[in-house]
Design a protein around this ligand. Structure first.
Ligand code: DGY
Length: 334
């Protein structure tokens, strides 16, 4: 490294052992062996001292924290693909570079999206819980018992056709779903052709047409409550909605109401508006079998998390070698 002094790096959560070892070799690191969520005060104190902070999904780093940061803080190297928890604009204003970990969690998140797409209509969580609750006993196969709904032949509407949305579309096509999507711009013709995908400029029109909605766009001011009460009312009563992106893209109170009123058939959620808390009304709906809830597990594979760590390492090293890090994030233009 050109800079002889080892950068001081503060990592907010426990990372895979291999990643932490490499971090220790290269940098002067403070790790979080207990893996406890850091408080705002702890983040503020660290940001006063270090050259680099490595925050993860739950660490809100807003303009106030950034303005109070010490003069040495040069890099916010997120251990996450999403950077909605960081005020990137405030960081950029202060000359602090922000990086993320794109690409390496695309396939894992798409797999989990597909798992939710299957698990709600086919009642996977309900069936599994039934066996757990009855010590493995069940009444035996019956023609009319535990019937769900067929996936094959249905229409999926993907909101956000970036890397993850496209990876979901590939899987969905293999499961016999026809692909519809809404995106800020149309994807290239070759991808549309490969997926036999229909582009909907109007999200409202797409929602009224499809059987399964998959939310795969980033959380930005423009996508906050994109799925509002009004839009939920456009969905067919037989439709399902799956969200592996960010909780605040769906108006969660409106979703709960729509599920309770039978305005839609079910939901599969890996993310929540007030994470890490989960609305008790959603938990009740899960107990009734109308929703499947996961605690933000979309990218939770060992391989993916090690790859994310490698990206963070490369971003830090590249920065301190005097180059632009490969995964620099710029403020969102709205
Ligand atoms: C991310 O990195 O933004 C993902 O949401 C983690 O699963």
């Amino acid at each position: 490294m050109a800079n002889k002094k080892r950068p001081k790096v503060y990592i907010t959560r426990k990372l895979p052992d291999a990643v932490e070892s490499r971090m220790r070799e290269l940098f002067d690191v403070e790790i979080n062996a207990e893996d406890k969520q850091r408080s705002r005060e702890e983040l503020a104190a660290a940001m006063h001292e270090v050259d680099v902070i490595v925050p993860t999904v739950g660490d809100k780093i807003d303009a106030e924290l950034i303005e109070q940061a010490g003069p040495d803080l040069k890099l916010i190297a997120c251990f996450s693909n999403g950077t909605d928890q960081i005020d990137v604009e405030a960081a950029t204003r202060r000359g602090i570079t922000v990086t993320n970990t794109p690409n390496v969690l695309t396939e894992d998140t798409a797999d989990m999206t597909m798992a939710l797409i299957l698990s709600v209509p086919r009642r996977l969580a309900e069936g599994s819980r039934l066996l757990i609750d009855n010590a493995g006993q069940w009444q035996g196969w019956s023609p009319t018992w535990m019937m769900g709904h067929r996936i094959w032949g249905k229409q999926i509407g993907i909101i956000g056709m970036g890397r993850i949305g496209t990876a979901v579309a590939r899987r969905a096509k293999a499961f016999g779903l026809s692909i519809h999507y809404h995106n800020r711009k149309r994807v290239n013709p070759a991808t549309e052709e490969e997926l036999n995908a229909t582009y909907w400029e109007s999200l409202d029109q797409m929602l009224a047409r499809v059987d399964i909605v998959s939310v795969n766009c980033p959380s930005t001011p423009a996508t906050f409550h994109l799925i509002s009460a009004r839009r939920l009312a456009l969905l067919k009563p037989t439709s399902y909605i799956v969200n592996t992106a960010r909780g605040d893209i769906i108006d969660e109170a409106a979703l709960i109401q729509a599920l309770r009123d039978g305005k839609i058939a079910g939901a599969g959620l890996d993310v929540f508006e007030n994470a890490p808390g989960t609305n008790p009304k959603l938990v009740k709906l899960a107990a009734e079998g109308k929703v499947v809830l996961l605690p933000h597990m979309g990218s939770a594979t060992i391989e993916g998390r090690v790859d994310m760590g490698d990206k963070v390492l490369i971003n830090i090293r590249t920065y301190f070698d005097g180059h632009r890090p490969p995964n620099r994030v710029l403020p969102v233009r709205t």
